[in-house]
Design a protein around this ligand. Sequence first.
Ligand SMILES: *[C@@H]1O[C@H](CO)[C@@H](O)[C@H](O)[C@H]1NC(C)=O
Ligand SMILES: *[C@@H]1O[C@H](CO)[C@@H](O)[C@H](O)[C@H]1NC(C)=O
Ligand SMILES: *[C@@H]1O[C@H](CO)[C@@H](O)[C@H](O)[C@H]1NC(C)=O
Ligand SMILES: *[C@@H]1O[C@H](CO)[C@@H](O)[C@H](O)[C@H]1NC(C)=O
Ligand SMILES: *[C@@H]1O[C@H](CO)[C@@H](O)[C@H](O)[C@H]1NC(C)=O
Ligand SMILES: *[C@@H]1O[C@H](CO)[C@@H](O)[C@H](O)[C@H]1NC(C)=O
Ligand SMILES: *[C@@H]1O[C@H](CO)[C@@H](O)[C@H](O)[C@H]1NC(C)=O
Ligand SMILES: *[C@@H]1O[C@H](CO)[C@@H](O)[C@H](O)[C@H]1NC(C)=O
Ligand SMILES: *[C@@H]1O[C@H](CO)[C@@H](O)[C@H](O)[C@H]1NC(C)=O
Ligand SMILES: *[C@@H]1O[C@H](CO)[C@@H](O)[C@H](O)[C@H]1NC(C)=O
Ligand SMILES: *[C@@H]1O[C@H](CO)[C@@H](O)[C@H](O)[C@H]1NC(C)=O
Ligand SMILES: [Cu+2]
Length: 530
Amino acid sequence: MQFLTSLVLLALSCPGLAAVVPDAVKTVTLDIINAPVAPDGFTRSGVLANGTFPGPIITATKGQTLVVHVNNRLTDNTMRLSTSIDFDGVFIDTPNIYNEGSPFVTTCPFGPGASYTYTLPLGTQTGTFWYHSQLSMQYADGLRAPLIIYDPADPQAHLYDVDDETTIWTVADWWHNSSIPGFASYLATQIIPVADAGLFNGRGRFNGGPLTAYDVVPVTTGKRYRFRIINMSARSDFMVSVDNHTLTIIEADGEATVPHTVSQLDILAGQRYSVVLTANQPRANYWINTILGGGNPARNLNLNVTLGRGILRYAGAPNAEPTTPMTNGPGTNILVEGDLRPLIPSPPPPIDFNLTFVTSMTANASSPSGFNTQWNINNISYVSPVVPTLVKILQDGAAAKFNTTENTFVFPANKTIQVTFPPSTEDELHPFHLHGNNFWLIKSNSSAENNINPIRRDVAGAGSGGTTVRFTTDKPGPWFFHCHIFWHFNVGLGSVIAGGLDETKAEVHPTDAWDALCPAYNALPEGEKR
Ligand SMILES: *[C@@H]1O[C@H](CO)[C@@H](O)[C@H](O)[C@H]1NC(C)=O
Ligand SMILES: *[C@@H]1O[C@H](CO)[C@@H](O)[C@H](O)[C@H]1NC(C)=O
Ligand SMILES: *[C@@H]1O[C@H](CO)[C@@H](O)[C@H](O)[C@H]1NC(C)=O
Ligand SMILES: *[C@@H]1O[C@H](CO)[C@@H](O)[C@H](O)[C@H]1NC(C)=O
Ligand SMILES: *[C@@H]1O[C@H](CO)[C@@H](O)[C@H](O)[C@H]1NC(C)=O
Ligand SMILES: *[C@@H]1O[C@H](CO)[C@@H](O)[C@H](O)[C@H]1NC(C)=O
Ligand SMILES: *[C@@H]1O[C@H](CO)[C@@H](O)[C@H](O)[C@H]1NC(C)=O
Ligand SMILES: *[C@@H]1O[C@H](CO)[C@@H](O)[C@H](O)[C@H]1NC(C)=O
Ligand SMILES: *[C@@H]1O[C@H](CO)[C@@H](O)[C@H](O)[C@H]1NC(C)=O
Ligand SMILES: *[C@@H]1O[C@H](CO)[C@@H](O)[C@H](O)[C@H]1NC(C)=O
Ligand SMILES: *[C@@H]1O[C@H](CO)[C@@H](O)[C@H](O)[C@H]1NC(C)=O
Ligand SMILES: [Cu+2]
């Protein structure tokens, strides 16, 4: 650790690494439109940023303010017509919380024909992030894309040679139908519609479908690549490996880690990793295996998890698929999340409030949500309020009132909160995601606790092994804390962590454009609110 810390200091103080000073502001425009899209060869209509899936990559440099103008040009009413964008994993300071994009927590969505500009000072944060629609199940219809904040003086720069737009890897689950009938089916049957395909960098195949070209990742012998892997799933997790190569993890969710080499890693919905791959094998084509998990493939004969993959192609190798069999990966030397260590240690502070979150699924046609399928935290199923949480806090500060079904946990500012998910009886991990902040991962689906040097990240899976996270309310405000399996989230598997209500009221001064969002949304015809 001493040695690595010295390297960090060396890199930071080395004048050779001093970078060109970027513009203070990075401005991006996104037009949200409906357009036909066929990532796996099946053409459907999508809800798409600038008409592509994944949407355009947003890149920024450490210290910039990101300004994103979003124009809602949606017209296809077989999918949602309103929208709201979440910049997943980006830290947001209290004064900017109103630009955080969480419908009915920190904002209202905006309807077709309307625009909104998100202004996000990025501070000192760097790493791998993504943006997606935070409204209902809309991101399953396509509105998801990478967001990378580059560090011109990356303390890990000596570990890799290449880190650019060709080294971003996205994995995503994909459905042939709109999320609206899919969600209705889930409510009626309690079974999440099984995806039709798993996609690597926006491409994949389904059983019986056309032999669409797999995405090709070019590499040159001898070079070291920083691949930034983003799981943009609405449901599925993926097992990631590259035939004949190891992957050295150096970042998890925007936090640098001590380099840790594995052959395979499981990445949950919403999670990100940076891995270094050294092109040190014979010049050839190699399968990148990104194997989707989640759901019983027998329920959707289109789905063939083996067909979700890409190709790592060495310069000089034939322009062809690998000749080796498609496998699901080596199945050995798999990442154990609890083995990761932060590059720059930050010991977790002692606990002020100790919470337990018990997750459960119930069927209740007369539940407050009216859903026959309902997920609960401590027996409460989250239902969005009509008046967003932040609006209530800005009006009433500490006197703000929340319905039981808002599952809103109120704390003083500057306290340390621990949340324990006891071992559950469920067969899958719920990737719990904290907005605008991150947490220390004290216990990762196991009984082993690390109170000394755990990693910090913003998505962690809670499942049968038991998971504990710890975070502070140093940034007053209401922050969503929810399962990133959006099917579960949309039937109640969510909560709001609200720290320092009076401080929030004092520090947050939204713009007129933000103030206008809720009245405009409430005035929309029902069909456009959806
Ligand atoms: C999206 O499309 C708009 C309109 O064509 C363009 O101005 C903008 O630069 C595009 N955004 C990105 C991130 O490519
Ligand atoms: C989509 O769902 C609707 C409503 O259930 C159904 O009528 C339609 O056939 C489905 N389309 C596809 C491509 O599965
Ligand atoms: C992405 O996350 C989902 C849900 O947690 C999971 O089922 C899937 O395996 C993950 N994908 C990867 C490549 O890890
Ligand atoms: C990858 O490793 C396997 C097993 O060691 C070997 O059979 C195969 O030839 C290697 N692939 C290439 C392209 O070298
Ligand atoms: C999945 O695809 C592979 C490769 O085409 C094929 O060999 C296998 O039989 C398929 N599996 C299923 C369950 O259809
Ligand atoms: C916090 O609660 C968990 C159970 O949810 C318990 O195991 C743990 O000992 C408690 N920690 C403290 C410091 O009270
Ligand atoms: C179902 O929801 C209703 C309305 O909230 C509630 O009164 C009832 O106790 C719930 N039943 C179960 C089994 O949770
Ligand atoms: C949830 O409700 C069940 C049944 O009423 C009860 O046994 C259990 O203690 C409750 N759990 C929590 C965490 O409140
Ligand atoms: C509380 O929830 C009920 C039922 O969903 C709703 O009718 C009521 O308006 C809510 N009250 C507030 C203050 O949000
Ligand atoms: C929280 O900490 C900040 C920074 O140290 C300080 O400015 C603020 O007054 C504190 N707030 C409370 C309520 O303790
Ligand atoms: C979570 O931990 C349990 C208990 O060790 C283990 O059986 C299970 O496979 C783990 N789940 C995942 C998805 O890693
Ligand atoms: Cu879940």
